[in-house]
Design a protein around this ligand. Structure first.
Ligand code: ZN
Length: 67
């Protein structure tokens, strides 16, 4: 397996709905935010502007993985 990047990472960004910290998760072609509490998925775009370190490094891994 040549995959370095994790499929999921814990971020500190709060869920817009319940305030719990969101996970970032990727599927084969895209990534989205996932709330472990209310099981909602959110579009990644609104979160990128306020990305924390965990999300940033996850996205870096995501892009590296695509090359
Ligand atoms: Zn939630």
């Amino acid at each position: 397996m040549g995959y370095f990047a994790a499929r999921q990472a814990q971020t500190t960004l709060p869920c817009p709905d319940c305030g719990q910290p969101l996970l970032v998760e990727r599927s084969c072609r895209e990534a989205h935010m996932l709330c472990p509490c209310c099981r909602r998925r959110y579009d990644l775009k609104p979160f990128i502007a306020k990305a924390d370190e965990a999300l940033e490094s996850f996205l870096e891994g995501l892009y590296l993985d695509r090359i």
